[in-house]
Design a protein around this ligand. Structure first.
Ligand SMILES: Nc1ncnc2c1ncn2[C@@H]1O[C@H](COP(=O)(O)OP(=O)(O)OP(=O)(O)O)[C@@H](O)[C@H]1O
Ligand SMILES: [Mg+2]
Length: 500
């Protein structure tokens, strides 16, 4: 171990300083890149074996059938060998926000006019958002009320280095991924530290337990109970090709093993073919009654290659099955709504508790619509301080750096309404630290930044809130030079939290 030699090149956040942690024996200084090569390889080897044995895996892109046939062409999910440090105070702050955001989404989702009005300009230029809004309008016309609402959310944050504040990147209300594999990485890191912690000067108990998978399964199971049809199953709406399928299968397995509930997987196209909606609102797919519809597809225009998929989405929305998310929960999680909620006096329309409003506002980064001309000028001047975001999910769609300037100037020249497709956001700059990535069986030392996602589960039946909880977490780490952050999209690696 060459722990001492690392002290001169300490990055700002990672190292544990002697006496930093109350009640902890003095910890040695540590810089992950200074770990002795032999020890590093030993830990990496153990970690790779652990991931294979525990299902910390995804489909390998180079094997064609790996996206559709389980058990074929597996590769370990990208992960970091050791956890990322995160201050306890900000961790607590992020966890406390989860039930407040859950409630906010629920309240906003019930204000159909606000959703339609806020997205009305976007609707004109963004075909995908427009189709979602059409479904939403139809439900408003039918005066359809969702009696049972289920939210499985993930709110993502970065810790801004300069302001030392925890700032929200976005809130995902549809297909919040990695409740399964994220928890496995936590277990992996705990396992590594219980073996090597003493050598590394790290304590496995500093990694918060992560029960995201069980909590997601429990919320789904409770929703299933509320629907109250013991023959009905939970339907996972999935993409035809899904290399992140094991993250989803972990949830189905937990449903089966812990709650004795059957789940089925269907693509939107299959649902269009096989679904039947009875006059009383009951949904049957391939002859099977469906109680809960859990979307792991349907969040990107790519999931709707033809009218068939849109038909399926509309049919499901019309049904009395519990939708996770309903169309209004989906819309409440769009980036445009995030920006509208950050305007003065908007939160007050949905929440009564002043302390909660203060807590939410504290984590809002700068957010602007593109009809604010002074901010456009500022962004053209200093594009590196902004991120431009269209109404998309799944990673790889945001605009950064010089491309922000070019896009804004192009939009200005065109003078069209196209600008309504985007929002502008303050760019957050987290502190970079030394980490070790594990990708395709190899170790890579890099400087990296992290993004903390906190899962939230919410279940309401009419006036009764049955679940409103913080439900585990997902730490994602990416090399500091990368703009985007998705794991499945290939930018980031799964990580966990080491509280400091
Ligand atoms: N304001 C910001 N400052 C710095 N980085 C950002 C900012 N907004 C987004 N990012 C980076 O871009 C990534 C993708 O952004 P965002 O989450 O808004 O898009 P998305 O397509 O909804 O992604 P996801 O698939 O994670 O839901 C984030 O994970 C983060 O790494
Ligand atoms: Mg998202």
């Amino acid at each position: 171990m060459s722990q001492q030699s690392a002290s001169s090149s300490l990055p700002p956040t990672l190292p544990l300083r002697r006496g930093d942690l109350e009640g902890t024996a003095a910890l040695p200084l540590l810089e992950y890149h200074a770990i002795n090569q032999q020890l590093l390889h030993k830990i990496a080897y153990d970690a790779l074996v652990w991931s294979s044995l525990h299902g910390l895996v995804t489909g390998d892109k180079s094997v064609e059938r790996s996206g559709s046939v389980p058990g074929v062409g597996l590769v370990h999910a990208p992960f970091t060998l050791l956890p990322a440090s995160f201050p306890q105070s900000h961790w607590k702050q992020a966890c406390e926000l989860a039930p407040i955001f859950n409630e906010l989404v629920d309240r906003v989702s019930q204000d159909g006019e606000f959703l339609q009005e806020s997205l009305s300009r976007t609707k004109k230029v963004d075909e995908f958002t427009s189709r979602l809004l059409d479904i939403h309008s139809k439900m408003l016309e039918l005066n359809k009320k969702e009696e049972i609402c289920l939210g499985l959310h993930r709110s993502d944050y970065m810790l801004d280095e300069q302001s030392k504040s925890l700032l929200q990147i976005e809130l995902n209300t549809i297909s919040s991924s990695f409740a399964g594999l994220g928890g496995l990485v936590t277990e992996l890191h705990k396992n590594i530290l219980s073996h090597y912690g003493e050598l590394l000067g790290l304590n496995s108990e500093r990694i918060p337990t992560n029960t995201a998978c069980n909590q997601f399964a429990e919320a789904l199971a409770k929703a299933w109970c509320e629907y109250n049809d013991s023959r009905a199953v939970i339907m996972f709406v999935v993409q035809a090709e899904e290399r992140n399928m094991y993250d989803q299968h972990m949830l189905s397995l937990a449903l089966r093993e812990r709650h004795h509930i059957t789940s089925v997987r269907k693509t939107l196209a299959q649902i269009d073919q096989e679904a039947e909606l009875l006059p009383d609102g009951k949904l049957y797919v391939d002859g099977q009654a469906i109680s809960v519809i859990y979307f792991r597809a349907g969040y990107t225009p790519l999931d709707y290659p033809s009218e068939s998929e849109w038909r399926a989405r509309l049919l499901m929305e019309k049904s009395s099955a519990i939708k996770c998310p309903s169309i209004s929960y989906h819309l409440a999680g769009t980036k445009k709504i995030q920006q509208e909620l950050a305007k003065p006096n908007v939160l007050e329309r949905y929440l009564e508790n002043k302390d909660e409003i203060v807590k939410l506002r504290k984590c809002f980064a700068g957010l602007w619509s593109l009809d604010e001309s002074d901010i456009i000028e500022r962004a053209i001047e200093r594009p590196e301080l902004f991120v431009m975001k269209p109404q998309r999910e799944g990673g790889g769609n945001n605009i950064y750096g010089d491309a922000v300037r070019e896009t804004l100037q192009k939009l200005q020249k065109a003078g069209s309404q196209e600008d309504a497709a985007y929002i502008l956001m303050q760019r957050i700059f987290p502190t970079s630290f030394a980490t070790i990535f594990m990708r395709s069986g190899s170790c890579h030392k890099n400087h990296a930044i992290s993004e903390l996602g906190i899962f939230g589960t919410y279940l309401r039946n009419r006036d009764k809130v049955i679940v409103n909880e913080q439900s585990g977490y997902l730490m994602r780490t990416k090399i500091s030079s990368s703009d985007e952050g998705g794991v499945a999209a290939g930018f980031a690696a799964l990580d966990s939290v080491y509280l400091t």
